[in-house]
Design a protein around this ligand. Structure first.
Ligand SMILES: [Zn+2]
Length: 317
């Protein structure tokens, strides 16, 4: 069996395992969405971030509960996987392992944690290794990408959480953060920063995408940008092609180098993906498209997984 070299910085699959679900299902089962354990392994994915997403309007107590349920579902999946799924907790867990997928838990929006360093520490003990301060909303930590009217950056609480995350060696993820908060976060932190699932603003003018200045700043910090497959973040028309995704990848590669490009599929969190990239089963098409676009073997290996692993190894060290 080949070494599963692909790494993906974002999926929402754990949402399928809480709430309205077939009783007892886990990542080991054939799931209705874009991925599950068998399909990840067949596609050659060896590192998969699993987002802990909650809808901010549901309130922080209910959301904290929901996050705990998703974490429990992840660890249950690990327990029944016969060693094929393991939690990524340290730098040593980042390298690809034959026949195994490393799952990394990532909080998507910390409204429910707020400024509580104690709850953050508990999350860390439960295996969480990456987090975004906001989803799209404004919360007590920062303004999100779709709620920037106040022009606010990071609050005092937000900066305290960033400092605690650095102390705990957790990845700081700027996807979903408003622009002012993005710059505040860079000013208040050290080392590589992640944009787990964001694309290029110069190609698709959307608040969720990054400006060239932001991309340059992330590269200067040694970071990586995971390319989101959501058609709405790729093009301003109804459907997108693999070629459209390649344009975003090429733009970043030309601007700062291919070593800052990664994948952040957003699988199971998006309603439309590019043609011929409809689930993890289509990763061979992406592999071929990168080759056809003229990326070298080492650039392709970096984009498909090596770049994200390099950044994670530094952060988790
Ligand atoms: Zn998201």
């Amino acid at each position: 069996m080949a070494i599963p070299s692909i790494a993906d910085a974002h999926c929402d699959t754990l949402m399928l395992l809480v709430g309205e679900r077939p009783k007892g299902s886990s990542l080991k089962d054939r799931l209705p969405g874009h991925l599950d354990l068998d399909r990840l392994l067949a596609a050659g994915v060896g590192l998969q971030f699993f987002a802990l997403f909650t809808e901010p309007s549901h309130g922080s107590e209910q959301n904290l509960r929901r996050i705990l349920e998703m974490i429990a579902q992840f660890h249950r999946s690990v327990a029944v996987s016969e060693g094929r799924l393991y939690p990524v907790l340290t730098a040593a867990d980042v390298a690809p392992q034959e026949g195994r997928v490393g799952g990394l838990l990532a909080v998507e929006g910390m409204s429910s944690i707020g400024g509580s360093v104690e709850i953050l520490e508990v999350m860390h003990r439960l295996g969480v290794r990456s987090a975004m301060l906001t989803w799209n909303e404004r919360n007590s930590l920062a303004d999100g990408a779709l709620d920037q009217q106040s022009g606010g950056g990071l609050s005092h609480e937000g900066k305290r959480i960033v400092a605690a995350m650095q102390r705990l060696h957790m990845a700081l993820d700027v996807s979903h953060l408003g622009e002012r908060g993005f710059w505040d976060l860079l000013d208040s932190s050290e080392g590589p920063v992640l944009a787990s699932h964001s694309n290029v603003r110069a190609l698709r003018d959307h608040a969720r995408n990054l400006t060239d200045e932001q991309i340059k700043a992330l590269a200067a910090r040694g970071g990586v940008i995971g390319m989101n497959f959501y058609t709405q973040f790729l093009v301003d028309t109804e459907t997108a092609t693999l070629g459209n995704l390649l344009q975003h990848i090429r733009h970043i590669a030309d601007l700062v180098g291919a070593q800052h490009v990664g994948l952040g599929s957003d699988f199971d969190g998006i309603s439309a993906a590019p043609e011929r990239l409809q689930s993890v089963e289509d990763y061979p098409n992406l592999r071929a498209a990168l080759e056809a676009a003229g990326f070298s073997a080492s650039e392709r290996a970096g984009i498909l997984g090596g770049n994200l692993r390099r950044v994670l190894q530094t952060i988790l060290e």
